[in-house]
Unconditional design. Structure first.
Ligand SMILES: Nc1ncnc2c1ncn2[C@@H]1O[C@H](COP(=O)(O)OP(=O)(O)O)[C@@H](O)[C@H]1O
Ligand SMILES: [Mg+2]
Length: 281
């Protein structure tokens, strides 16, 4: 049997939009009719888990029919010996993945914002890796190093080096290549010099480390508001959640713009069979 396709959201920087973009992909895949499982590797914060719990609670309280993934959490091993902890983490991930990937079309994994072993192991098994970065030079530093003037590309950053290592390890074990996509998140609607510089730098990085750059996602209040109800902009633009939008929701036009940018993002991921089903979202 063909196993499910694994999409990992990772960046060692916290607050870059991993959980928010993961939950939007999950909801998009569900509305597109796929069988979806999700794995939260951020055992401390469990933001994805909380998001999905809120989603289930909204469905029950408001009587709306919201699709939910099969969701599980893995907490990192607390074994005393680092070696033993690594072994336990690797085994826990392999066990969950073999079970979930056998019964679902996609497994979406949300990583913690730190360099944990569990997170590295997930990067090694990713068919597609999505790395959201906030549109700031400080956040860019994990992915690419610039000189003091911010002009010259010096080297791939610590996180990019880790990704390249995991991809090599995967290839060395006979695995297929990994598609790595960097996503510019929380972009300002007003183009700035800073933003242009980040765009140019990422284009150069993509040629060096072999990643692709997706169309970005804007900074919008709506993305922050939806957590408590466990919803995504894709839920809000369709029945049955349509009549139950938050009172403070942005205007129709702005919601439609958010929905379009999420659809563009999903399209840019080039996931198997997803692009031709985007019309359903
Ligand atoms: N495009 C966006 N516009 C506005 N706020 C956003 C956007 N993406 C994420 N956020 C907010 O930024 C914060 C960090 O996002 P989160 O997805 O939790 O990041 P991570 O999982 O990488 O730590 C959250 O408060 C979230 O609501
Ligand atoms: Mg998170």
């Amino acid at each position: 049997m063909r196993r499910g396709y694994i999409v990992v959201f990772g960046n060692e920087k916290g607050g870059s939009g991993k959980t928010t973009s993961a939950v939007h992909l999950i909801s998009g895949l569900l509305w597109a009719g796929f069988r979806v499982a999700s794995l939260d590797l951020d055992g401390r914060q469990q933001s994805l888990t909380r998001y999905l719990e809120n989603r289930a609670a909204t469905a029950a309280a408001e009587g709306v029919d919201l699709l939910c993934p099969t969701h599980e959490v893995i907490t990192a091993s607390t074994a005393d010996s680092a070696r033993q902890a690594r072994r336990e983490d690797t085994m826990a991930l392999a066990e969950r993945l073999s079970r979930l990937a056998a019964a679902h079309d996609f497994v979406v994994i949300d990583c913690p914002g730190s360099d944990a072993h569990l997170s590295r192991a997930a990067h090694r098994v990713a068919d597609t890796l999505v790395t959201p970065i906030n549109d700031s030079l400080l956040d860019l530093d994990m992915v690419v190093r610039l000189d003091a003037a911010g002009k010259t590309f010096v080297a791939p950053g610590a996180y990019a080096v880790m990704v390249v290592e995991q991809r090599r390890a995967r290839l060395a074990r006979g695995g297929a290549g990994m598609d790595w996509i960097v996503l510019r998140n929380r972009m300002s609607p007003l183009g700035s010099r800073n933003s242009t510089m980040i765009g140019e730098t990422l284009d150069r990085l993509s040629a060096v480390v072999g990643c692709r750059i997706a169309r970005g996602v804007r900074d919008r209040v709506i993305y922050r508001q939806l957590f408590l109800r466990g919803l995504t902009v894709l839920d809000l633009t369709r029945e049955p959640a349509k009549g139950k939008r938050p009172a403070s929701a942005e205007t129709e036009a702005s919601l439609a713009a958010a929905r379009d940018e999420v659809r563009h993002l999903l399209d840019d991921l080039w996931l198997p069979s997803l692009s031709r089903r985007l019309g359903r979202l």
